[in-house]
Design a protein around this ligand. Structure first.
Ligand SMILES: Nc1nc2c(c(=O)[nH]1)N[C@@H](CN(C=O)c1ccc(C(=O)N[C@@H](CCC(=O)O)C(=O)O)cc1)CN2
Length: 297
């Protein structure tokens, strides 16, 4: 079988293009562009790259980018005070605190402080509750992007068997909720699941979100399954030269590509959708704060 390689980079570019038009229309009717505040604490190299891309793409589609960079030595209290100030700032429509935070800082109370109307990461309890009860709200960006890619090859998933491997609040649990909203039959598997391969082989839609390089192989995949790889793992690549690394997913792509009906690559699959969906959520938040309808983009 020759699998469709789902091109997340191209899909994200298309979404950004549609957002550019919608942001211009928003600006014309409201008189200001949506504003996204991103908080980066410390100097984690990957987080610095992601935050730079967020700011660049925000501006490229016509929105306002507000960046706050704090040293790793910032106190929990000062970080929480910044979130309070952003909540109160009318020029800010969306707030995102880049994760992970450096050791010594606790992300849970920081996220809990974010105004749910500005929660463009979809991580507050209010957003999680809305998602769990099937009400409209702000949905975490990576799961939202992963669902868009699933629907690009499977517009109707009612009755399909979906298996999500991983149960994080950022990815696994929200993806499971989104699949359920579309009437899939959903199983969440995790590190304590017995006979993981047999559970995964039931899946018409297999979502890998465990954070373990190439953990799922051909044994885990039913012929004709749609495989969505959310993992982004940097591993040593001595073949590329001393000290070099490469990105791989949670799925052993080469082993699985011959069995799947469609599969997302790493890089270039779900990853690029994360930032595109953050921009989408920022427009949604800006519209909802002003009582405007959140029409499709
Ligand atoms: N507050 C949050 N923190 C983090 C999130 C998040 O959604 N909210 N997600 C990740 C990091 N992330 C965005 O923040 C992110 C990850 C990956 C990509 C991406 O485009 N990946 C590319 C490869 C990039 C590379 O070469 O390293 C791909 O997969 O093709 C974008 C954003 C953790 N923190």
């Amino acid at each position: 079988m020759s699998a469709i390689i789902i091109d997340g980079k191209a899909f994200a570019a298309g979404l950004r293009e549609r957002l550019t038009g919608a942001v211009a229309a928003f600006g014309a009717s409201v008189g200001t562009a949506p504003g996204l505040a991103v908080v980066l604490v410390g100097e984690d190299p990957a987080s610095q790259v992601y935050v730079r891309s967020k700011a660049k793409q925000t501006v490229e589609i016509g929105m306002r980018s507000i960046e706050h960079k704090l040293p790793a030595s910032v106190s929990q209290r000062d970080l929480e005070d910044l979130v309070r100030r952003l909540n109160a700032d009318d020029a800010v429509d969306g707030i995102l605190v880049q994760l992970p935070l450096p050791p010594g800082l606790d992300a849970t109370p920081v996220i809990a402080l974010i105004d749910p109307f500005k929660d463009v990461d979809g991580l507050t309890d209010a957003s999680a509750g809305r998602l769990a009860s099937g009400r409209a709200g702000l949905v975490p960006c990576t799961p939202l992007g992963a669902m868009m890619l699933i629907n690009s090859v499977l517009p109707d998933i009612a009755g399909a068997e979906a298996v999500v491997v991983g149960r994080s609040n950022l990815v696994g649990k929200p993806i499971a909720q989104l699949l359920l909203q579309q009437n899939a039959t959903v199983t969440i598997a995790h590190s304590r699941t017995r006979d993981l391969a047999a559970v995964c082989r039931r899946a018409d839609i297999l979502v890998a979100a465990v954070g373990r390089p190439e953990m799922l192989g051909a044994d885990h995949v039913k012929d004709g399954a749609v495989v969505i790889d959310v993992g982004i793992n940097r591993i040593p690549a001595p073949d590329l030269g001393e000290g070099k690394t490469r990105l791989v997913g949670d799925v052993a792509f080469d082993a699985v590509v011959g069995k799947a009906r469609a599969i997302t690559p790493v890089p270039g699959g779900v990853g690029p959708m994360t930032i595109a969906c953050l921009l989408r959520n920022t427009l949604t938040a800006a519209r909802l704060r002003r009582g405007l309808a959140d029409t499709a983009v």
